[in-house]
Design a protein around this ligand. Structure first.
Ligand code: ATP
Ligand code: FE
Length: 386
């Protein structure tokens, strides 16, 4: 079964082709960092316009457009990201078996660009359509990308850490998720982005948080590095995340400094921030695992995903924390490859796959859900394939 999927819930315009035999035939991600850097964060109207340009407009030279119009060819009438995804996959559009899109949660106007593209394509081709929950897609990516012997088995615990979410979720099936911990204030991804801006990180092609991670890896041998006190992990005892305190603590350190910060000082602050964020994520993960064990639920598999899970410093810290927590019985910990932790359409196509395979799909009129809890996903309805 071959799925064409689109994703446009935040600022990346994505399209991909993925198959039920776990082949990723194409993965197009068009980033908008250059559009939003001047605003210091995602500007919704600018993001919508960006999606419209990248998902819907045609990126073909005028001369070939002219020739195609003359020759009455309609092959280039697909949207840009979709067109590229199809071309790279080498799958002809009529050989696509189903179309998937991100139904929510996300920025309403952004979601509607992907939704309209997907619905139009599916209806025009007469193919089934599935609307996917964005965080379910992040959570299930590892089922596609991990080698079979490292496959996470249900029930698994999933740490979803991204721009809009910081969640610990118990996954008991492909569509049943229970939220065990949430953030009481901002998400870890948003905090990463804000701290990166405070430390004057360029957005580059990968965004401010990825620039900060790279910056913290700079070699400081032979350089005097100012000491930065470790930042505290908040709310001991409670199973909830909080990142606003860490954010303000870094802000205070920067504003307290009377001189312009040296590069070494910025690196030291960045490292202390990464360390504080990692300590909190590790502590809550371990606490959550113990809590489940006390309730008789033994979880042997942990999946981390979402943009922040692409951070290699954090990946190593999570591994260490689980090994220390459960030295006898190793808890498996898997991550999608970094480029599939941040937003992409591969994960959307894959999360839709089990419904397509069951012969289930949504109506072409299916509405968006810009606010949508991962706890309320639809059960698989067995319908006759179109
Ligand atoms: P959500 O998935 O919650 O709807 P989103 O889709 O906007 O939010 P993702 O694309 O899943 O977010 O993740 C983007 C976030 O990942 C950014 O906010 C950024 O802070 C974070 N991120 C990306 N790369 C890194 C990195 N190397 N280290 C830490 N954080 C990172
Ligand atoms: Fe995301």
């Amino acid at each position: 079964f071959t799925v064409l999927a689109v994703e446009s819930s935040a600022d990346d315009t994505c399209a991909a082709v993925v198959t039920s035999s776990r082949e990723i035939l194409s993965n197009i991600v068009i980033k908008q960092h250059d559009l939003h850097e001047g605003f210091g964060g995602i500007h919704p109207m600018v993001a919508i316009e960006g999606h419209q340009r990248n998902m819907v407009s045609r990126m073909i030279p005028r001369i070939s457009l002219f020739i195609e119009v003359l020759s009455n060819s309609v092959t280039s009438m697909q949207p840009t990201a979709v067109r590229r995804a199809l071309e790279e996959s080498r799958v002809a559009v009529e050989d696509i078996d189903g179309v998937a899109f991100t139904r929510g949660p996300g920025i309403g106007g952004c979601l509607s660009v992907g939704s309209n593209a997907a619905k139009t394509l599916a209806a025009a081709l007469g193919k089934p359509l599935v609307g996917v929950h964005h965080m379910q897609a992040h959570a299930l990516t590892s089922l596609l990308t991990s080698p079979t012997d490292e496959h996470p088995e249900f029930p698994f615990l999933t740490l979803l850490i991204s721009g809009g979410h910081t969640l610990l979720v118990l996954a008991t099936s492909l569509s049943s998720f229970r939220i065990l911990a949430n953030t009481v204030d901002e998400s870890v991804g948003r905090t990463y982005d804000k701290v990166a801006r405070m430390l004057r990180m360029p957005w580059g092609t990968k965004g401010p948080a990825a620039s900060l991670e790279e910056f913290c890896r700079r070699d400081l041998r032979g350089v005097h590095v100012p000491e930065v006190q470790p930042f505290a992990v908040p709310m001991h005892g409670k199973l909830a995340f909080s990142f606003s305190g860490l954010h303000s603590a870094v802000e205070r350190c920067i504003s307290k400094s009377e001189v312009v910060l040296t590069e070494a000082h910025r690196i030291a602050l960045g490292r202390a921030f990464q360390d504080g964020a990692a300590r909190q994520l590790c502590a809550k993960l371990v606490q959550c695992h113990s809590m489940l064990l006390r309730k008789g639920i033994e979880v042997r598999h942990v999946v981390a995903s979402g943009g922040v899970a692409s951070n290699s410093f954090l990946r190593a810290r999570l591994r260490e924390a689980l090994d220390k927590h459960s030295p006898e019985q190793k808890i498996s910990l898997v991550f999608p490859p970094p480029e599939l932790c941040t937003d992409n359409a591969v994960m959307v196509g894959w999360a839709a796959m089990y419904r397509f395979i069951a012969g289930d799909h949504d109506e072409y009129s299916v509405e968006l859900r810009s606010r949508w809890s991962i706890e309320t996903l639809p059960d698989i309805r067995s319908t006759k394939p179109r």
